[in-house]
Design a binder for this molecule. Structure first.
Ligand code: DAT
Ligand code: MG
Length: 150
């Protein structure tokens, strides 16, 4: 069982695509363990994207991710990092396969809708940037009693 950080970025929120993005991840079988609408501060944006510092697109990336609220979530499941990234699709939506989030809903790399951590180590680092430990709620999955008793 793995966990990964997913961000529905400002363009996803502005375009009203958050529900579609969550639905695709849920239908794949990933389970939401944390979820919130939030604003990304410049400090958080710099920390989150620090591997890209110095690249030509860095300033634009920071402006973009801080421009409007995002929806941050943590999902879990077997191989959640790779499973989420394959559902998200290639970084450049123009090159992303149809059937993926970016391939179905996006067109340009600067507005590619969603973030997914790229490794279990990145996921651990990024989840801790966006969520306190007590915000991660684990609960029984696919339990008949959980459904029938409520
Ligand atoms: P990913 O989000 O698929 O993990 P990444 O980590 O390489 O991709 O880059 C982070 C974000 O930076 C990406 O989602 C969009 C932006 N980005 C990456 N490469 C870019 C480029 N060549 N031009 C503009 N923005 C870019
Ligand atoms: Mg990345």
């Amino acid at each position: 069982m793995e966990r990964t950080l997913i961000l529905a970025k400002p363009d996803a929120v502005q375009r009203g695509l958050v529900g579609d993005i969550i639905a695709r991840l849920e239908r794949r079988g990933l389970q939401i363990v944390a979820l919130k609408l939030m604003r990304v501060t410049p400090a958080l944006a710099h920390e989150h994207y620090k591997e890209h510092q110095g690249k030509p697109f860095f300033a634009g990336l920071i402006d973009y991710i801080t421009s409007c609220p995002i929806v941050a979530m943590v999902v879990q499941g077997p191989r959640a990092v790779d499973v989420a990234r394959s559902t998200i699709g290639a970084t450049d939506p123009a090159a992303a396969a149809p059937g993926t989030i970016r391939g179905d809903l996006g067109l340009t790399v600067g507005r590619n809708l969603v973030h997914g951590s790229d490794s279990p180590a990145s996921a651990a680092r990024e989840v801790a940037l966006f969520f306190r430990p007590d915000e991660l709620l684990d609960y029984a999955r696919s339990s008949d009693t959980w459904i029938s008793e409520n």
